[in-house]
Ligand binder design. Structure first.
Ligand SMILES: NC(=O)C1=CN([C@@H]2O[C@H](COP(=O)(O)OP(=O)(O)OC[C@H]3O[C@@H](n4cnc5c(N)ncnc54)[C@H](O)[C@@H]3O)[C@@H](O)[C@H]2O)C=CC1
Ligand SMILES: O=C(O)[C@@H]1CCC=N1
Length: 273
C-alpha cells in the first residue's frame, strides 16, 4: 500500500479503534512519515505507538501542505458535526474519506464534503489483534481503485466485507460492531456464576476466559455449525442440558439476543438523526 503516492493518511481520532487500525497499518509496513494525526487527547496506548513511530499528534489541524490521500475518521459520532468542517477544509478533490463511526450516514459526510468519495465502515475491537471483521459501504463517488484502496486499508485489521445497501450497516453494527461486548459479558457472567458456585474468583475468571477463547477458536476452525458444536457438548440428561434449560434453551437466549440486537440497531438509526 502506498499512501505517499496519493497523499498522506490523516487519522482523526486516535482512540481505541483509530489506534488499532493505525497499529495494523504500521505493522503491515505503512511509512509513519506519511501519517498525520489529529486528536486533542489520544488514548495513552496510542500515544506510545505514535511516539515510538515518531508521529506527531496535533489537537487540531487547520492546514496541510498536501491534501491527504485518505482521511480516516475515528471520532465518536456525537462530535462529528464539530469535527467535519475542519476536516472538510483539509480535503482535496482526490481525498478518500473513510469513517468508522456508528450510525453516521454517508449523507452526513457528503453534507460537509460535497462531491467527496466516502466509505462508511464498521469494524470491531478484535481489530486490536488484527482479527476484526469490518463491513463497508461506498458512496457513488468512490471509484473501483479507491474501493480497493479502502479494502486494503481496512484489511490491515482483519476481514473486510462490502455491502451495497447502506441500511444494512445498522444491523451489522448491532451484530459484529457491538457483538464483542456481548461475548465479553458472557465471560464476565460465567466467571461470576462460577464464583457463586464455590470457585475462587481467580480460578473462575481463568476458566471463563479460557472457555470463551477456546470455544471461539473451535468455532472458527471447525467445519461444524455453532448449533452442532453446542449439541456436541450437550449429553442427553447431562449437566449441560440442565444449564441450557435454565437459560431457556435456544428460545430463551434467542429472544433476549434478538431484543438486544434490535435495540442496538435502533440506537444506530437514532445516532443518524
Ligand atoms: N469501540 C468499538 O468497539 C467500535 C467503535 N467504532 C466507532 O469508532 C469511533 C471511535 O470509537 P472508539 O475508538 O471506541 O472511541 P475512543 O473514545 O477510544 O476514541 C475517540 C478519539 O477521538 C478523539 N477526539 C475527540 N475530539 C476530537 C477531535 N476534535 N479531533 C480528533 N479526535 C478527537 C478522542 O480524544 C479519542 O481519542 C466511534 O465513532 C465508534 O462509533 C466502530 C466500531 C467498533
Ligand atoms: O457502542 C458503540 O456505539 C460502538 C459502535 C460499535 C461498537 N462500539
Amino acid at each position: 500500500m502506498t499512501f505517499t503516492s496519493q497523499g498522506p493518511l490523516l487519522l482523526a481520532g486516535a482512540g481505541k479503534m483509530g489506534g488499532a487500525i493505525l497499529e495494523g497499518l504500521l505493522a503491515r509496513g505503512l511509512d509513519p512519515r506519511t501519517v498525520i494525526v489529529q486528536d486533542p487527547d489520544p488514548a495513552p496506548a496510542v500515544g506510545d505507538l505514535l511516539a515510538d513511530n515518531g508521529i506527531d499528534v496535533l489537537p487540531f489541524i487547520d492546514e496541510l501542505t498536501q491534501p491527504p490521500g485518505v482521511i480516516l475518521i475515528a471520532v465518536k459520532p456525537q462530535i462529528m458535526e464539530a469535527v467535519l468542517p475542519g476536516l472538510a477544509k483539509l480535503a482535496g478533490p482526490h481525498t478518500l474519506v473513510v469513517s468508522i463511526a456508528a450510525g453516521r450516514r454517508l449523507a452526513s459526510f457528503e453534507k460537509f464534503m460535497p462531491g467527496a468519495a466516502v466509505v462508511r465502515a464498521m469494524p470491531n475491537t478484535p481489530a486490536a489483534i488484527r482479527r476484526g471483521i469490518t463491513v463497508a459501504v461506498a458512496n457513488k463517488r468512490v471509484t473501483p481503485v479507491q474501493r480497493a484502496f479502502a479494502d486494503d486499508l481496512l484489511s490491515a485489521v482483519g476481514e473486510v466485507l462490502w455491502v451495497d445497501d447502506e441500511a444494512l450497516l445498522d444491523p451489522v453494527t448491532a451484530v459484529s460492531g457491538s457483538g464483542p461486548a456481548y461475548v465479553f459479558l458472557l465471560a464476565e457472567c460465567l466467571a461470576e456464576a462460577g464464583r457463586a458456585a464455590g470457585l475462587d474468583a481467580k480460578l473462575a475468571a481463568q476458566l471463563a476466559r479460557a472457555t470463551v477463547a477456546g470455544s471461539g477458536a473451535l468455532l472458527e476452525q471447525s467445519d461444524l455449525s455453532a448449533e452442532q458444536l453446542r449439541k456436541n457438548v450437550t449429553s442427553p440428561g447431562g449437566t449441560t442440558a440442565a444449564a441450557l434449560e435454565v437459560l431457556g434453551g435456544v428460545d430463551g437466549l434467542q429472544k433476549l439476543m434478538t431484543a438486544a440486537v434490535a435495540a442496538a440497531t435502533k440506537r444506530g438509526r437514532d445516532l443518524a438523526k
